[in-house]
Ligand binder design. Structure first.
Ligand code: GLN
Length: 483
């Protein structure tokens, strides 16, 4: 049962081949057996899962239907879940039980999805390797000595290991697409404002966006359908109708104009990945797509701009964790200042502290113009590059990452080396555009992703292209040995 996709589960439940309770029990047993190898969960919610599964079975027995009704999923542990620990991968929030459900959690629960647990993640979503979690590193099911990518590494590893069919994730600079690439999954970062951020613990508010991680584009369509939509509780949520993503999967790619930026194939890209990307381009050409070379001239400035803007917003967002209102508080503080200093010093890990310091510095009087303001100007240039590219093409295609998943610990002592791996993903966050990563082959037994970017609110186009590609390739069906 664990090999089924969301779409297959929906059909099986509708045809009464099995119940949601049976499926949930099977997957919970599988998690108990296999998760110790990969550490993809921070919390399991067995009781909640079984009661949600039972309720879903009853709703189906009463004639209700729906692709998510009775479907098991998990949430990245930064989506608030009422009465359940929501840790953000941090010691700071190890004792935090959210008093309410995030909009995404509430919407998916209302659609009948069953929550198996909360997945491991880089602390406060800062990272690309899932090594900064206070709950320990997550291992890549394709090779347990390698990282699964981050920051949504727990969601990715769990889905790749067939512990469950799909999970929620978030992407501030690539954290849905990059772990998707590293674990042979399909992951979609929606347009900024498409999915509510209410109850999603903030890292960098102008960049953060929730989205689905699954094995196929078809499943991403199903999960996104349950997540997307206007939310008056999120002031940056956009009141734009949500199309039927599943209905749009079968459009023809005849005449689709695909832009391939020449800057993507520079020295930093592993030539074996470049070759796989070219193969995927050929595959799409066979389906009728037309390829055009384009240019994104400001791409080279995106990493420095992102690593000013994201820490600046993080330093502001994380100031609320002060040991007073909620979260970790140090033992026996001598006075108020000592309480602040030690609670934050002991509660946050080193990567989070580094970013708070970088962000506070960039925002400080005297440096604001030189760093923050300049980074915002670059952000606009990056967006303008995309706007002119999308005058000529319908989607942009390239690698998701310059290299496959690295070995655990390989970049731990060199944060900048890890930051450079984000080169292909962060531009979409700076511009607010939707992006998708899908499986495109393997290098040394490790998965490689191809990234597609589209104009605002064209998630449906991304899913359509990815689905057609997946109907004609089988990379996404490959399963890691042992799982
Ligand atoms: N790797 C990037 C960072 O560390 C992106 C993380 C994310 O998307 N949450 O900021």
């Amino acid at each position: 049962m664990h090999h089924m996709t969301l779409a297959e589960i929906a059909r099986g439940l509708a045809d009464k081949k099995f119940s949601s309770v049976e499926l949930t029990q099977t997957l919970l047993a599988r998690i108990a057996q296999l998760d110790p190898q990969i550490n993809s969960f921070i919390s399991l919610t067995q009781d909640l899962a079984l009661s949600q599964a039972k309720a879903a079975d009853e709703r189906r027995a009463n004639g209700e239907s729906g692709a998510l009704l009775g479907a098991p999923i998990a949430h990245k542990d930064l989506f608030c879940t009422q009465g359940i620990r929501t840790s953000c991968g941090s010691k700071m929030l190890d004792n935090f039980k959210a008093p309410y459900d995030a909009t995404v959690v509430a919407k998916l629960a209302a659609a009948g999805a069953v929550t198996l647990g909360k997945t491991n993640m880089d602390e406060f979503a800062m990272g690309s390797a899932n090594e900064s979690s206070w709950y320990g590193a997550v291992k890549n099911p394709w090779n347990l000595e390698h990282v699964p990518g981050g920051s949504s590494g727990g969601s990715a590893a769990a889905v790749a290991a067939r512990l469950l069919p799909a999970a929620t994730a978030t992407d501030t600079g690539g954290s849905i697409r990059q772990p998707a690439a590293f674990t042979n999954l399909t992951g979609l970062k929606p347009t900024y404002g498409r999915v509510s951020r209410w109850g999603m613990i903030a890292y960098a508010s102008s960049l953060d966006q929730g989205g689905p991680l699954a094995r196929t584009a078809e499943d991403c369509a199903i999960l996104l359908q349950g997540m997307a939509g206007f939310d008056p509780n999120d002031s940056t949520s956009i009141d734009e109708p949500v199309p039927d993503y599943s209905a749009g999967l079968n459009g023809s790619l005849q005449g689709l104009r695909i832009g391939v930026p020449k800057e993507y194939f520079s020295a930093g890209l592993d030539p074996r990945i470049a070759e796989l990307i070219h193969n995927s381009i050929k595959e799409l050409e066979k389906l009728g797509a037309v390829i055009k070379q384009i240019s994104l001239p400001n791409m080279q400035h995106a990493i420095p701009a992102y690593y000013v803007i994201a820490p600046a917003e993080a330093s502001s967002n994380l100031s609320r964790f002060d040991g007073v209102r909620f979260g970790y508080r140090c033992e026996n503080p001598e006075n108020l200042e000592d309480l602040y200093k030690r609670s934050r010093g002991e509660g946050f890990g080193s990567e989070v502290q580094r970013r708070i310091m970088v962000g506070a510095y960039a925002l400080s009087a005297g440096y604001y113009d030189a760093y923050y303001l300049k980074a915002q100007k670059i952000r606009r240039l990056v967006k303008n590059d995309f706007m002119s590219a999308f005058n000529e093409v319908d989607i942009i295609l390239g690698p998701t990452t310059p290299n496959p998943a690295w070995k655990l610990g390989a970049k731990s002592s060199d944060p900048v080396a890890a930051y450079l791996e984000d080169v292909y993903t962060i531009t979409a966050n700076l511009a607010g555009l939707p992006g998708l990563s899908m499986p495109a082959g393997f290098v040394d037994g490790l998965p490689v992703g191809v990234q597609l970017l589209a104009p605002y609110f064209q998630e449906g186009r991304l899913l359509n292209v990815a689905h057609q590609y997946q109907l004609n390739t089988d990379w996404h069906t490959r399963t890691p040995t042992g799982f």
